[in-house]
Design a protein around this ligand. Structure first.
Ligand code: C5P
Length: 236
C-alpha cells in the first residue's frame, strides 16, 4: 500500500491517503506536546515507541473482541488504519484520581476511586477541550444518544480488558483517553491511539510514572519509560 497525499497533520501523527479509499496511512511523529500545545519538544524515538505500543494494545483488544480502526503496522513509525470520521469527543476513563480530576475535585493524586468513572470532553483546541456531559453532547449535535451510550460502554469495556493486562506486568492503569470515529456505514469504531501519551501508567511497586506525565512534569527521560512499557507488554 502506497502513501498518498497528506490528509491531516496533528500534534503527534500525520495521516495520508492510500490507493484504497477506506484505508489511511498513519505516521507517528517524534513530537511531544502538553497543555494544549503550550509545551512542545521533539523526542527522538517517541514515534516508533508509540506506534509499537499502540499496535500491541489494539491487537490485544481485538483478541478480546474489541474492534478498532487498526489494520496493521507497516514500519517502525507507520501503520495502516481504516478511515473513520472522528467523533469530536474525548472519552476519559479513570480508576485512580490523578491529573485534572485530582485538581478539579481536590482529591489526592493516587487515591483509588470507589468505582471506575467515564468522562467526556469536547475535542476542540480553541476551547481547550472542555468537560461536557450528555446534554452538552446533545445540544452540540456531535453524537446521538445511542452513540454516546456506546462511547460510555466501550470506555468501560476497554478498561475491563486493559486493566488486567497491565496488572499482570506490574503496571497500574490509572486513567486513559479514547477517541472514536464513524466508518462509512456509520458504525462507531475505536480509533486514534492508546499509548503512554494517552494513558497514565504507574509501576505497581514503585509508583514510578511510566507515561507522558514524565514530559508534562519534567520527571526524566520520556523514551526510557516508554521502553519499559513496550518491554512489559512483550514488545522489543
Ligand atoms: O489531564 P487529565 O487528567 O484529564 O487526563 C486524563 C487522561 O487522559 C490521561 O491519561 C491523559 O494522558 C489523557 N488525555 C489525553 N489527551 C488529552 C487529555 C487527556 O490523552 N487531550
Amino acid at each position: 500500500m502506497n502513501k498518498g497525499q497528506l490528509l491531516y497533520e496533528g500534534k503527534a501523527k500525520r495521516l495520508y491517503t492510500t490507493e484504497q479509499e477506506d484505508i489511511l496511512y498513519v505516521e507517528y511523529k517524534d513530537s511531544a506536546t502538553a497543555f494544549n500545545g503550550e509545551k512542545k519538544a521533539e523526542i527522538e524515538g517517541k514515534g516508533t515507541l508509540n506506534n509499537q505500543i499502540t499496535t500491541l494494545i489494539f491487537e490485544k483488544l481485538k483478541e478480546h473482541g474489541i474492534e478498532s480502526h487498526f489494520v496493521e503496522r507497516i514500519s517502525d513509525n507507520e501503520q495502516l488504519v481504516r478511515k473513520v470520521d472522528i467523533i469530536p469527543i474525548e472519552v476519559v476513563v479513570r480508576n485512580i484520581a490523578a491529573g485534572s480530576l485530582a485538581k478539579r475535585l481536590g482529591i489526592e493524586e493516587g487515591q483509588p476511586l470507589k468505582r471506575t468513572i467515564v468522562e467526556f470532553y469536547y475535542k476542540d483546541d480553541a476551547l481547550g477541550d472542555p468537560f461536557i456531559n450528555n446534554e452538552h453532547i446533545d445540544i452540540l449535535g456531535i453524537a446521538t444518544k445511542e452513540e454516546t451510550d456506546a462511547l460510555y460502554e466501550l470506555g468501560l469495556k476497554v478498561n475491563d480488558v486493559l486493566k488486567p493486562i497491565f496488572e499482570e506486568v506490574d503496571v497500574i492503569l490509572v486513567d486513559f483517553k479514547l477517541e472514536f470515529g464513524r466508518d462509512k456505514d456509520g458504525n462507531v469504531l475505536l480509533a486514534d491511539e492508546i499509548s503512554p501519551d494517552t494513558c497514565r501508567l504507574w509501576d505497581a511497586k514503585t509508583k514510578q510514572k511510566l507515561d507522558k506525565d514524565v514530559f508534562r512534569r519534567d520527571l526524566g527521560n520520556l523514551t526510557d519509560v516508554y521502553k519499559i512499557i513496550l518491554a512489559r507488554l512483550g514488545g522489543k
